[in-house]
Ligand binder design. Structure first.
Ligand SMILES: [Zn+2]
Length: 100
C-alpha cells in the first residue's frame, strides 16, 4: 500500500499552535491497514487449514525458493545447504523472515 497521507512513514507531523511545537501523530490510514492485514492473515490461515499438508508444504517451499532467488543478498546454495542437511530450524526461520 502506498499511503498518500504519511508517505508510508506510519505517522505525520502536525503543528500545535498552542504550544508552538510540532507533534508526531500516528497515521490512522496506515494503522487501519495494518489491522486489516493482521485480520486477513488470521482468516486466511483458517481457510488454509482445510488444504492438505502436502499442498501447503509445496506452496511454502515455492515461496521460499522464489524469494531467495529474487533476493540479491541471498542465494539458493545457502538454502540448498539447509535443505540437504534437513536443518528445519533455520529453514523455518528463513521462511518466517520472508513472510514478513
Ligand atoms: Zn499512512
Amino acid at each position: 500500500m502506498n499511503c498518500e497521507e504519511c508517505n508510508n512513514q506510519g505517522w505525520y507531523e502536525v503543528a500545535n499552535i498552542r504550544t508552538e511545537t510540532i507533534e508526531h501523530v500516528q497515521c490512522m490510514n496506515c494503522a487501519l491497514h495494518e489491522q486489516f492485514k493482521e485480520t486477513l492473515i488470521v482468516d486466511l490461515a483458517k481457510v488454509f487449514t482445510s488444504a492438505s499438508r502436502e499442498k501447503i508444504c509445496e506452496i511454502l517451499a515455492s515461496l521460499c525458493v522464489n524469494n531467495v532467488d529474487r533476493n540479491e543478498h541471498d542465494n539458493l546454495e545457502r538454502l540448498d545447504n539447509f535443505v540437504q542437511s534437513k536443518d528445519l530450524i533455520p529453514l523455518l526461520a528463513m521462511a518466517q523472515a520472508y513472510a514478513q
